[in-house]
Design a protein around this ligand. Structure first.
Ligand SMILES: *Cc1c(COP(=O)(O)O)cnc(C)c1O
Length: 468
């Protein structure tokens, strides 16, 4: 299995290089040269497997021989051992054809743990084999940072440094990062905004000598291995509901388009997913695109579902490449024009193809609270604001699809967004027991000014200490 860049300006690579590189050097995203497919009989044979084993079997074709199936099974078993539910990703029925796929039973209470817990182990496995060491650097406004830290803590071959804007994350978010006291983890509180943090990280990646010296790497959602690690939970849910002998639909609360792209990848592997609902908050660029081929970026507006407050969904480029018949030159041209004009010129035929499979949906904050209240009232179910948007979207299925079960990705635990849930229902969801003492735990972080050189000095010292 080799990987190609969506912009055609990078040599084809194997799985290990794609895992470590993240973004291709031409600015494109990696995709497999061809999609592995399972026959109906092969899908049926996967029914009923424990989740870690199912995950290993589905991910293995993407690794192209970099790991044996047994080695990968060892990693998936370790990755999911710490999840708080024995099913890892339980499927909860909320209505006759209405299901929530709970992806939030990992350490940081959000779906990103499902992929990142495995990614940390994959990094370690590959780096130890190669005798290499890397430094993962990232900026966070809250959630991604903690999922990355939990994935990388105590790994032998890597260090991780996460920058957050001092005083501008919620206390729960900060504590989820700063109470991880593992020696390979460091938190930097930057006296500035999230944009300052992000600019600093970008500047470090552009600083070639520093990047090379530190072997800088990223774990953001453009990493192909993250998408691959999100395919198995759609398969687990679809198989439980009768696939491959019965079609399903999925409804996915969407930000960077990574999670819904993973569902689409599952369909490329042969699972019958009849419809993909792309659920958004008031930042509705994808819903506008699917309704009327209007992919034009507007300023990001804050909402009760902050992990979806995104205007440019980076993983959309992977779908675009496929819609354009894998024409890398055409993809590069469309992306360049999007960057310069803020409007993506998607050819009409490609848009029609997208709109035939994907359906957009957008919901504002008031309607999101109403949906949380409705689900609590009807089924006694507490949904976080992201999940609630997905659940509302699930009801918007086109009439011809209404006999099909809909799997909504439940992307965050309600206790992660207790204020919105309490406002909607009067109930304040408690943190799970494993996190109940979060407010008593010791914190460790270093505060520095918004100064690139100071941040680089800190990262160098952190990496040196651990490599020694
Ligand atoms: C990251 C995130 C999303 C968006 O997922 P994408 O893969 O970026 O589309 C939705 N909900 C929650 C809770 C998240 O953390």
């Amino acid at each position: 299995m080799r990987y190609v860049s969506t912009r055609g300006g990078a040599a084809a690579r194997g799985f290990e290089d794609v895992l470590l590189a993240g973004l291709a050097e031409d600015g494109g995203l990696f995709l497999p040269e061809s999609w592995p497919e399972f026959s109906a009989a092969e899908w049926r044979a996967l029914r009923g497997l424990p989740y870690p084993e199912l995950a290993a079997r589905i991910i293995h074709p993407f690794t192209g021989g970099a790991l044996t199936l047994e080695a990968l099974q060892g990693l998936t078993a370790r990755a999911y051992a710490g999840f708080r539910h024995p099913a890892v990703v339980p499927l909860v029925q909320l209505g006759p054809r209405d299901f929530a796929l709970e992806l939030f039973h990992g350490p940081t209470l959000a779906f990103k743990d499902v992929a990142l817990q495995l990614l940390g182990l994959l990094f370690d496995h590959v780096l130890e084999k190669r005798g290499e060491r890397i430094t993962i650097v990232g900026a966070t406004s809250g959630d991604t940072g903690s999922a990355a830290i939990e994935a990388c803590r105590d790994r032998a071959a890597l260090d991780i440094v996460i920058l957050h804007p001092e005083g501008r994350t919620s206390e729960v978010q900060r504590r989820q990062m700063t109470t991880v006291l593992s020696p390979n983890v460091a938190n930097l509180a930057i006296q500035g905004s999230f944009d300052d943090c992000q600019d600093m990280v970008k500047a470090m990646f552009v600083d070639a000598p520093f990047r090379g010296e530190m072997r800088l790497a990223a774990v953001n959602s453009i990493n192909w291995a993250r998408i691959a690690a999100q395919i198995p939970y759609y398969a687990a849910a679809a198989l439980a509901l009768g696939a491959p002998d019965r079609p399903v639909a999925v409804s996915v609360p969407t930000g960077n388009f990574g999670n819904v792209l993973a569902a689409w990848a599952a369909s490329r592997m042969g699972l019958p997913i009849a419809r993909f609902i792309v659920a958004a908050n008031r930042n509705d660029i994808l819903a506008r695109f699917l309704a009327s081929n209007d992919m034009s970026a507007r300023p990001v507006e804050p909402s009760f579902s902050p992990s979806m407050d995104i205007q440019v969904s980076s993983n959309f480029e992977r779908l675009l490449f496929e819609l354009l018949g894998r024409d890398a030159a055409a993809t590069a041209q469309v992306m360049t024009e999007f960057r310069t004009t803020g409007r993506m010129p998607v050819p009409d035929a490609a848009w029609r193809q997208a709109a035939a499979a994907f359906q957009g949906f957008a919901l504002d904050d008031d309607a999101t609270l109403a949906e949380i209240a409705r689900r609590q009232r009807e089924a006694g179910y507490l949904a976080d604001p992201h999940t609630a948007i997905g659940l509302a979207a699930a009801r918007s299925l086109a009439p011809e699809d209404r006999g099909i079960p809909v799997i909504t990705a439940a992307t965050a635990h309600p206790a992660k967004f207790p204020d919105a849930v309490e406002r909607a229902t009067g109930l304040r969801p408690p943190l799970p027991p494993a996190l109940a003492d979060l407010y008593e735990r010791e914190e460790r972080f270093t505060t520095i000014p918004n100064d690139l050189a100071a941040a680089q000095r800190f990262i160098r010292a952190h990496a040196m200490r651990n490599a020694a």
